[in-house]
Write a protein that binds this ligand. Structure first.
Ligand code: G6P
Length: 609
């Protein structure tokens, strides 16, 4: 992944670059660096660790300069250390890079044979050396970048400066995001709008293969063939406040508590008094959805769990067959696509490399159409889809996804309702499901009020090394999501199982050191779940049960810890039950003293394979 910021301005840019990097830290945070051109020299600072470590080094010996590039890294090639941190310098060239160059090993050997000496293990230094060679051969910076990117395989977003061309930054993207910020008498490059919103809200979103040159005066975009191309300037709706942490201790906590608002925003003007409003999936959306005979949902991580919930909904209410698959698997196998199948990509960022590649692959496979459910309007996934439904979660900074998930569920609930209605779901049932969905923000609000009890529960997890999560039906993906949250941020090994599978293996793990978290909505499967819980009790396991207010739980079934929740109906229960599991993971992580918003080894937006 990694985050990129670059600037060509009159003022000193290092402070702007550092502020931009801080907004991009969600993309990687194992080392950071920046380089500024000044008086024909490249001044560079790099440090292992977070941006603030690099900032401290910069502040100890600051340097002026109006042209610069900067980077926060998520290691792919080479361990996180200063030598592997970007920018990388080769002769007169300095470069920052996000992505993976797949043919870097052969390029590196060729360069070595021509006498290049490498100072890092990165694929990026290879790009720097190739550009330097081209400039030494007589090309200008832009021409050199163009010539070099033609020979690169894999994914890249880069920003490059040359000592010989002060005041100029050249960028290029293919398979990784990059956009231009248009200021007054200054221009910027960034991996996303959040990085640039402190300096401008006017953005140019680059297309695949674009090369861009920025100076103080202008930003010029070129196609891969080197010819100038026009790209529109758009005003970003992002507000600088949206990326502030406010009174909360962590972004994750803030984002958990933003869920009632985010879900309400996602439903606004889409769910009316009589149901789902016309064409909320885009122009012609309803006609296309009416033709759907089956659905394939593709996503990664938390977004994949949202897709799994939707399978239960769509199959139950619309009686359409649904297959859900992680994108990294789907893209490399021959999926059978029956006629009339809709391809649905779910992605918070809209830039996840595997999801994007799967979507491109789907074009070849003969789908009826593609629908993107996404949180970032200008992202690649959204731009390439036929239909789109934006989740309106606002920027999500915490690496562990929370409000993105519940807003995805809200969007998928709208899709399920629309598909069901078109296939004859009866009036009374439709009205009931719509009413439940309308009530979802309130139900989430009530679940958030459980926080004090969850803090107490969290104490039990402090010394634990493992945990099991159980759910049945549409609550199984919720159990998966709860266990993912716990392992991501508290580093406790957690697994989730459909409760009925417990006896087929994982029960062997249950003893007094194994907390078992169960999600128990009221519904036809409750009695079955209770039997599964008895199996745990009988082996001395510690039970933590989140049960619907309306679910009859006798003392025996719930021995251990029982937390009551008003789930607000079977349809919306998965979204509501997610909330206490998010809070549990959050407070366990806080008590264990981990880096909640930026857990080790992870990054939020995974734009590499
Ligand atoms: C990363 C993040 C997860 C996220 C997944 C998919 O692994 O850490 O939180 O669920 O990517 O991201 P997307 O942006 O496609 O939803």
């Amino acid at each position: 992944m990694c985050g990129i910021v670059a600037a060509a301005a009159q003022r000193d840019v290092a402070p702007l670059l550092i502020a931009g990097l801080k907004a991009l830290e969600y993309r990687g945070y194992d080392s950071a660096g920046l380089a500024v051109l000044q008086d024909g020299e490249i001044h560079r600072v790099r440090a292992k660790g977070k941006v603030r470590e690099m900032e401290a080094e910069y502040l100890a010996a600051p340097f002026p300069g109006g042209t610069g590039i900067a980077h926060t890294r998520w290691a792919t090639h080479g361990v996180p250390n200063e030598a592997n941190a970007h920018p990388h310098v080769a002769g007169r060239v300095a470069i920052v890079h996000n992505g993976i160059i797949e043919n870097y090993a052969s390029l590196r050997e060729e360069l070595k044979a021509r006498g290049h000496v490498f100072t890092s293990e990165t694929d990026t230094e290879v790009i720097a050396a190739l550009i330097e060679e081209r400039i030494a051969g007589g090309l200008g910076l832009r021409e050199a970048v163009l010539a070099v990117v033609h020979g690169l395989e894999g994914a890249y977003a880069i920003a490059v400066v040359s000592r010989d061309e002060p005041g100029r930054v050249v960028g290029a993207r293919r398979g990784a995001p990059l956009l231009v910020g248009v200021g007054i008498g200054e221009h910027f490059l960034g991996s996303d709008a959040q990085a640039l919103i402190q300096v401008t809200n006017r953005m140019i979103y680059l297309d695949e293969g674009d090369v861009v040159e920025i100076t103080r005066e202008r930003a010029q975009v070129f196609g891969l063939d080197g010819r100038p191309v026009e790209r529109a300037v758009r005003e970003s709706e992002l507000s600088a406040d949206a990326v502030e942490r406010g009174e909360y201790r962590h972004y994750m906590q803030k984002e958990i508590f933003e869920q009632p608002r985010a879900v309400a925003d996602t439903l606004e003007s889409r769910l009316g008094a009589n149901g789902v409003l016309p064409n909320v999936f885009g122009v012609g959306g309803d006609e296309l959805l009416a033709k759907v005979r089956g659905v394939h949902i593709i996503a990664c991580g938390t977004s994949y769990h949202a897709g799994m919930v939707a399978k239960y909904w769509i199959e139950e209410y619309a009686h359409l067959p649904v297959a859900v698959e992680v994108a990294s698997e789907y893209r490399y196998r021959e999926a059978v696509v029956p006629e009339g199948t809709l391809f649905v990509a779910i992605s918070q960022s809209g830039e996840t490399a595997d999801t994007l590649a799967a979507m491109r692959e789907s074009r070849r496979r003969g789908y009826l159409g593609t629908l993107a459910i996404c949180n970032v309007p200008e992202s690649s996934v959204v731009r390439e889809a036929d239909l789109k439904l934006m989740t309106r979660a606002g920027p999500e900074i915490g690496v562990a996804s929370t409000k993105a998930f519940t807003t995805q569920l809200a969007a998928l609930a709208l899709l399920s309702l629309q598909l069901a209605r078109q296939r004859g779901l009866d009036d009374a049932r439709y009205a009931d499901l719509c009413a439940q969905l309308q009530a979802l923000p309130g139900a989430i609000e009530r679940a958030l009020a459980l926080e004090p009890q969850i803090v107490e529960l969290a104490e039990h997890f402090i010394p634990r090394h493992h945990a099991l999560f159980l759910g049945r039906g549409a609550q199984f993906p919720v159990a998966l999501e709860g266990s993912l949250k716990l392992k991501e941020i508290s580093y406790i090994h957690a697994e989730a199982y459909p409760a009925g599978e417990l006896k087929h293996g994982p029960l062997a793990l249950v003893d007094e050191d194994m907390p078992v978290v169960a999600v128990a909505p009221n519904g036809p499967l409750l009695d079955k779940l209770k039997s599964n819980l008895q199996e745990v009790r009988a082996r001395g396991g510690e039970l933590i049960v989140f049960a619907d207010n309306a679910a009859p739980m006798d003392g025996n079934a719930a021995r251990g810890h029982l937390l009551r929740i008003d789930a607000g109906g079977e349809f919306i229960a998965p979204a509501v039950f997610t909330v206490p599991l998010q809070l549990l993971a959050y407070h366990v992580a806080v008590l264990r003293g981990t880096d909640v918003d930026q857990p080790r080894n992870l990054a939020k937006s995974v734009t590499v394979e």
